[in-house]
Design a protein around this ligand. Sequence first.
Ligand SMILES: NC(=O)c1ccc[n+]([C@@H]2O[C@H](COP(=O)([O-])OP(=O)(O)OC[C@H]3O[C@@H](n4cnc5c(N)ncnc54)[C@H](OP(=O)(O)O)[C@@H]3O)[C@@H](O)[C@H]2O)c1
Length: 429
Amino acid sequence: MKPLRVALLGCGVVGSQVIRLMHEQSADLAARVGAPLELAGVAVRRLSRKRDIEVDPALLTTDAESLVTRDDVDIVIEVIGGIEPARSLIVAALSRGKSVITANKALLAEDGGTLHEAARAGNGDLYFEASVAGAIPLLRPLRESLAGDRVRRVLGIVNGTTNYILDKMDSTGASFLDALEEAQTLGYAEADPTADVEGFDAAAKAAILAGLAFHSRVPAEQVHREGITDITATDVASAKAMGYVIKLLAICARSDDGRTFGVRVHPAMIPRTHPLAGVREAYNAVFVEAESAGQLMFYGKGAGGAPTASAVLGDLVAVGRNRLAGTRGPEESTYAHLTVHPMGDTVTRLHVALDVADKPGVLARVAELFAKHDVSIQTVRQEGQGDDAQLVIVTHRASDAALTATMDELRALDIVRSVAGLMRVEGDD
Ligand SMILES: NC(=O)c1ccc[n+]([C@@H]2O[C@H](COP(=O)([O-])OP(=O)(O)OC[C@H]3O[C@@H](n4cnc5c(N)ncnc54)[C@H](OP(=O)(O)O)[C@@H]3O)[C@@H](O)[C@H]2O)c1
């Protein structure tokens, strides 16, 4: 049987594991695909770099452009990362009728449309299971298994670095910076952790998930994004005292009338009884709620060389089978053309801790302000006395715009000395 020839772009954390698995499992992969898979070349930036695995020097090249356009290449795997040259290389490959597998969430979120259009024009496949939640099968269930259902909400922990940091803060009482330092020492966080701790990585994944869940294209800039750098040990401790844990969540949810949806990434308090609360260390987990299927949960390793390569190899088998059958996998589905509503229209709850003057009438004035914005209060309690007096309030569900307006006015009240804690509450509705 004529082999399917594979060009690999990148031989770093993920790429090196793709090579190892292609080699170690070559007989099984050939049997599953229906033809042997053969590496045609491996594009890297530095030929002389010492690598985790041995790569035949004859396969290595720094000329990725020539590699992806070679006539003897059928499938291109892109694990370089970043926007350029990854985008140009993928488009060049797709335009020549090759199929492409990518793990590049940043590129898919920023300009997925260009890639999908190139795949359609070239009549090839574009698969990207590894781009969200590493090893966890999540995109194929959304794209195929749930294609007959109506997804209401996707709620998940999709960034292992921030989950590791928040978990350490919760279990040891560490500060954000101490937990970050430990994550860096253990290799869970990059030297420059911005993409993770500021929520960019999770926002890119949220854009991809929302696009699949709601059959609409989601521009990355429409994802509301907040990171975890401002979370203090006190925030974590007070959440814990109330039976909550703080997680960085990616939330994609249809509006009640189903006409729009929201996509957001921000830290939130969730009850310790919620299944996502038990997601520890660098693990990922995603909850999907669909009208007929009900609640589904996907859990596992969201990153790492071998777990991510597992997802890439799954795509490789699927794409290989499609090529042999002369067919293509499912195209991008954007027929619904739903729009992303602004963050202000999102319905959520708020936990607020206010340092207040300890005198009669304070509670009434604060409550009055909530009522003015139509925000009802679920619980309120006073902690401490005198200079230490604090009002801890948890609201019922209200629009984020109403909650923000309430907070703006609260800050201006003479009886409110400062806002000591402010966090959205999710997962108990
Ligand atoms: N790491 C994970 O756990 C994980 C999980 C899910 C998704 N991903 C995604 O997978 C992709 C790769 O991640 P990674 O962690 O494997 O990255 P990495 O370790 O930094 O490896 C990147 C590879 O790309 C090569 N490269 C960079 N620029 C190039 C260029 N212009 N031309 C040719 N080769 C070039 C590098 O060459 P040199 O080796 O010569 O430097 C290196 O081999 C990213 O999109 C990432 O978001 C990663």
